[in-house]
Design a protein around this ligand. Structure first.
Ligand SMILES: Nc1nc2c(ncn2[C@@H]2O[C@H](COP(=O)(O)OP(=O)(O)O)[C@@H](O)[C@H]2O)c(=O)[nH]1
Ligand SMILES: [Mg+2]
Length: 238
């Protein structure tokens, strides 16, 4: 059945060509959709060149850096409109290993949301500064203590949704844009009672290009967890 790997990009010219090829080689049923926010380095031009000889590659260009959350929402809408059954999220920078895609897809046959998880057994992250590792690890604990959502890696961005999950969530209501986008999607999926499975992955810090993570994105997540939990208690998320 048809699968779409959605990859948001902002200045990923060092990675994007290799990434597209690595993803497509995993499985003939996989298509790839790049959501590029008018990267100044010309990432979209590289994608267009690949598209000339490969119709499994799709591109949506947005006018400027509008954030990860709205990029994924745009990609989800595209996936639903075009009949995809398995809808995957992935970064462009090889932090998520394309060789893990078949395992995610396999698990998604019997689950509604599959999360590639860094924290199934201990911590599986390579080359992150200790500070960043601590923030991420304790963020996952923090999410659990506030929401009691049984997910070990709630902020991870390597995952696979079944179509019915995205159909049941009102994508226009999504509040978050940064890391909390991942938490919010998991939370809304979990509250609806869908089957969620974590499969272990190893996350490797990027070699090419630079991270776009910012303090603002971290703070958004800190507050958003409370907001989501409060909305659930008020019956606004159900
Ligand atoms: N379209 C789009 N992509 C983004 C934006 N911010 C980050 N990305 C992409 O999202 C993925 C993860 O971002 P990254 O900077 O690696 O974050 P980190 O892994 O948390 O350090 C990469 O593929 C980025 O190019 C954005 O505002 N718009
Ligand atoms: Mg990254």
């Amino acid at each position: 059945m048809k699968a779409l790997v959605i990859i948001p990009t902002y200045n990923e010219i060092e990675n994007i060509d290799k990434m597209i090829k690595a993803v497509l080689s995993q499985d003939p049923n996989i298509d790839i959709l790049i959501i590029d926010d008018n990267s100044p380095d010309g990432t979209a031009d590289v994608v267009k060149t690949v598209m000339e000889t490969n119709d499994r590659v799709k591109l949506i260009e947005r006018s400027g850096k509008l954030g990860l959350g709205s990029a994924y929402v745009r990609g989800f809408e595209y996936a639903l409109a075009n009949g995809y059954e398995y809808i995957l999220e992935m970064d462009a920078d090889f932090s998520h290993n394309p060789n893990d895609l078949p395992r995610l897809l396999e698990a998604a046959k019997t689950n509604d949301l599959v999360i590639g998880s860094r924290y199934v057994h201990g911590v599986n992250i390579i080359n992150w500064p200790f500070r960043r590792l601590l923030i991420s690890y304790f963020a996952s604990k923090y999410v659990y203590y506030i929401t009691r959502m049984p997910i070990k890696d709630p902020t991870g961005g390597f995952k696979c949704f079944r179509r019915k999950v995205l159909e049941s969530i009102n994508l226009k209501e999504i509040l978050s844009d940064g890391y909390s986008f991942q938490v919010e999607m998991n939370f809304r999926t979990w509250v609806k009672g869908f089957r969620i499975k974590e499969v272990p992955i190893v996350f490797t810090e990027r070699i090419g290009g630079v991270s776009k993570m910012s303090k603002q994105i971290v703070w958004e997540a800190v507050w958003m967890v409370w907001r989501l939990q409060f909305m659930k208690l008020m019956g606004k998320i159900r």
